[in-house]
Write a protein that binds this ligand. Structure first.
Ligand code: HT7
Ligand code: ZN
Length: 875
């Protein structure tokens, strides 16, 4: 596939002002009649893009075009002398044969669309680029019995009966939009309605559409939507601009959800929840994804991207907004610790998913310069690092300055397709701040490291903090890095800080602006022995390198007033301990480590949710990234010894907390309750790892009888991740019997087995178990959730079993990529990425991985998506 470069962007010569779509819907043969009013805006032909379409007709002003070229999915029509034309295209599509789930496709008997990024061209011929903003009118016609619900964007303006059991609905979207935001749904669904009044007094209808039988799982999504609507009014003064806002749940969906104007289509996983089937984490994800899509209505839809290189303009900003929203919701119910725990969870995701991406062959700036398949660039870098970049702006400008910048951005660009520069310029202008250097975050890839050196002058009572930034790409220019800093005294209290030149001491946390390669900051009135706490709240997406002893880490784990850094101290201590154990022939957990762990576990003044994150080991993906040569087997041995030791040494404590933290009464989604459940689940994890008799007994009981899925699944996971093989098998079978008919719950059942460690050589290998599970009746290659649960969970969360020394894991991976490449290249490419960092592994593993990647690249029918990933992996 050709490489597309950001620098090559040119405006189109022709745009489409209005489009009228008439769909005659049918699962095998849908006819699409598309009438476009096009106007000239520059020199050149009218360009229409298409992919995999049966074209039945194409006319310009009622006649076949006189001069037309059609090559590689691109039609060019010369229209010399014309300034405005009507173009009609008639196409035929087969939704039931669409296994890629892009364009118009079938799922569970209904018809759905997914158009971002380039799916609209799989429905009709169109200048399918985000800078073409068009007013859409859509008529859907279908069989009433099979498709009683007919939805599209905007307002329903007409509906009625037709002959032969068919009916129709006509929808008009008052807002011009790019084609990637078009959507339709034709299906047999039920709906949850709620009416709310917006801040300006307009009554709007909110709807959540689900399959019959799932209405009792739609309330949480609806509540989340209402909360998001209110939050955007209050925080950014942004009001819902439509009379009707719909969310539709679908079982087969490549990603999480899609923000189509007024008609969001969601992976059912991010809509459906009731206590018996959804965990606290599911509830949390639903809240944030519903909010994310809602927030796109302004950041993405009203102001959209000029081209796909600007993707982080909408995604980074919208992730930042959903993170702030969730933090506010959690803090409202659970106080400030709940906010801190949310920040910790977000950073954990960044470090686990984005840091390795930024150090691997797919590394790219948050605004990439080139791509082959845009679907490969919906990445952790564009989303999560992009959100961190926005967060830094928020930190630098302050909440008010940020809000002023947002207001100015909308006042300039509402209704436009713009660039990241436009956004940062609005922030700069609104605050009178020069952000030219800050813009480098958009063009430089890789995670920067900030080295910190702390030197005390005992006599003068000063402390000089020297910060030095270094970046993976040598030619990179220094970035602007906000570094939040605090110091803690010997009894664990935060010290009010006075920077040289200041008259008196002020706040205990100060944000320093590191703009040069190296800078010194002098603090006055600081005694030697004061302990620095750097990068508080993770104020920038960097690695903070500082020499700290184990004792200092244990001290900060117990005392740092910044909860993020307290957690981070624990992570650093765990990381260094696990890496030392992985490098040792006789790994053992040091006593001092157990003592530091014990102190946090038994500090009941600390919120259980915080204790849970502080006592959760770093992910294996993150730890492997920290090893000079990634050795999954050695790391797994260390992880097993660590979890067993912490379970055994602290068994009584875990059991005591289990009893003390039982949550009485009916399930409610609440951060306090969720924190207690999470700490109990973590306790079961450690106890079962140690094969503690009482712990296993508790887990067995809870896996069988718990009233809510958080406790039931937590117990199941603890059993499956333990040497208690028989108890685990019994629990898995019982779980399957209870939930075998529930696709979303079965996703969990697949995922937990795919992530299972091997606790002894007698235990069957996880790969064999996965191979058997592909034959399970609830498994389907056509359902992305199943792929992510069974294969994704294995490749991502089970490195020791995936990177097996005999190469069987890699052979399995290659076979799956072959299948998925043919069926669903977007999902195939995602799975292909799971081996992209193969060069980090031991030489033996590298050799085995290389063979499989090279073998795949010899395949003739490789999709552009999969090919791009594999070629980059091989470098
Ligand atoms: N903006 C949405 C992206 C999306 C997507 C992209 C490629 C292929 C399929 C997709 N489904 C949804 C999701 C979001 O960020 O809100
Ligand atoms: Zn998004």
């Amino acid at each position: 596939a050709p490489t597309i470069h950001r620098a090559d962007y040119r405006p189109l010569a022709w745009t489409v002002d209005t489009v009228e779509l008439y769909f005659s819907l049918d699962a095998e043969a849908s006819i699409v009649r598309n009438t476009m009013q096009c106007t000239r805006q520059g020199d050149g032909p009218l360009v229409l893009l298409h992919e995999g379409l049966m074209r039945e007709d194409l006319t310009v002003n009622g006649a076949p075009p006189k001069a037309m070229r059609d090559e590689d999915g691109r039609i060019e029509i010369d229209l010399d002398g014309e300034d405005a034309v009507e173009v009609v295209v008639v196409t035929r599509v087969n939704p039931s044969a669409n296994t890629e789930l892009s364009g118009l496709y079938q799922s569970a008997g209904g018809l759905f669309t997914q158009c971002e990024a380039e799916g609209f061209r799989r429905i009709t011929c169109f200048p399918d680029r985000p800078d073409v903003m068009t007013r859409f009118t859509v008529t859907l016609e279908a069989d009433r019995r099979d498709y009683p619900v007919l939805l599209s964007n905007g307002n329903l303006v007409e509906q009625g009966e037709l002959e032969a059991g068919r009916h129709y609905a006509k929808w008009e979207d008052p807002f011009p939009k790019p084609s990637y935001l078009f959507a339709l749904v034709a299906a047999d669904l039920v709906v949850l309605d709620r009416k709310v009044t917006t801040v300006s007094g307009r009554e709007v209808l909110l709807q959540v559409y689900v399959e019959a039988g799932n209405l009792d799982r739609a309330d949480h999504a609806m509540d989340s939507l209402v909360n998001a609507l209110r939050w955007d009014e209050e925080t950014f003064g942004l009001e819902l601009d439509l009379d009707r806002y719909m969310i539709v749940a679908v079982g087969d969906f490549n990603m999480g959800a899609m923000e189509n104007k007024g008609l969001n289509i969601f992976n059912a996983k991010y809509v459906l929840a009731k206590p018996e089937t959804a965990t606290d984490v599911d509830y949390e994800h639903i809240e944030s994804v519903v909010a994310h899509e809602y927030f796109h209505n302004w950041t993405g839809n009203r102001v959209t991207c000029r081209d796909w290189f600007q993707l982080t303009l909408k995604e980074g900003l919208t992730v930042f907004r959903d993170q702030q929203f969730s933090a506010d919701m959690l803090a409202r119910a659970g106080g400030e610790t709940a906010r801190a725990v949310k920040r910790i969870e977000d950073v954990r995701v960044l470090r686990t998913a984005q840091f390795p991406e930024d150090a691997g062959p797919m590394a790219h700036p948050i605004r990439p310069d080139a791509y082959q398949a845009i679907d490969n660039f919906y990445t952790a870098t564009v989303y999560e690092k992009g959100a961190e970049v926005i967060r830094m702006l928020h930190t630098i400008l302050g909440p008010e300055g940020f809000r002023n910048g947002m207001d100015l951005y909308f006042s300039y660009h509402d209704g436009q397709a713009v660039t990241c520069d436009d956004f940062v310029e609005a922030m700069s202008e609104a605050n009178g701040v020069d952000l030219d250097q800050f813009m480098r975050w958009y063009s430089q890839r890789g995670t920067p490291t900030v080295h910190a050196d702390v030197a005390f002058d005992g006599e003068a009572e000063t402390c000089t903090l020297t910060l030095t930034q270094s970046r993976p790409d040598k030619d990179d220019e220094p970035l602007q890095i906000p570094v939040a800093v605090g110091f803690i005294n010997a009894v664990g209290d935060d010290i009010p800080l006075r920077l040289q030149g200041e008259a008196e001491a002020g706040a205990t946390t100060r944000v320093l602006q590191l703009t040069e390669r190296q800078q010194q900051f002098v603090f006055e009135g600081l005694r030697p022995g004061s302990v620095p706490s750097l990068l508080r709240g993770f104020s920038a997406p960097v690695v903070m390198a500082i020499n700290e002893s184990d004792a200092q880490l244990a001290f900060r784990m117990a005392h740092d007033a910044d909860p993020f850094n307290r957690w981070d101290a624990a992570q650093r201590y765990m990381t260094r301990t696990l890496l030392a154990m992985a490098a040792s022939d006789a790994p053992e957990v040091p006593r001092a480590f157990i003592a530091a762990f014990d102190t946090v576990l038994n500090n009941i003044a600390l919120d259980p949710a915080f204790r849970t994150v502080a006592l959760t080991l770093p992910s294996e993906a993150y730890l492997l990234e920290q090893m000079d040569v990634a050795d999954p087997a050695a790391l797994r041995r260390a992880m097993i010894i660590m979890t067993q030791t912490l379970g055994r040494a602290l068994a009584d404590d875990w059991l005591g907390h289990d009893e003390a933290l039982a949550v009485p009464g009916e399930y409610r989604y609440h951060p306090g309750d969720a924190g207690s459940r999470a700490l109990r689940n973590l306790g079961l994890r450690y106890l079962c790892a140690a094969n503690d008799h009482q712990g296993v007994g508790l887990a067995e009981l809870r896996a069988a009888n718990a009233k809510n899925m958080s406790e039931r699944f937590g117990a199941l996971m603890a059993l499956v991740q333990s040497p208690a093989v028989e108890a685990a098998q019994l629990a898995l079978t019982a779980f399957e019997q209870t939930f075998g008919g529930d696709a979303l719950v079965m996703d969990k059942w697949f995922a937990v087995q795919a992530a299972a460690w091997r606790w002894s050589p007698e235990q069957p290998a996880t790969l064999e178990r996965i191979e058997a599970l592909t034959q399970h009746p609830a498994f389907s290659l056509g359902n992305p959730n199943k792929i992510y649960s069974l294969f994704g969970s294995f490749f991502r969360n089970n490195p020791a079993e995936f990177h097996r020394p005999d190469g069987a894991g890699y052979r399995f991976w290659a076979d799956r990529i072959r299948e998925l490449n043919a069926r669903n290249p977007q999902v195939g490419a995602r799975m292909a990425r799971m081996l992209e960092n193969w060069r980090r592994y031991t030489p033996e593993l590298q050799q085995l991985a290389r063979e499989q990647i090279e073998g795949l690249l010899k395949e003739e029918a490789l999709s552009p998506d999969v090919r791009e990933v594999l070629e980059k992996a091989l470098g």
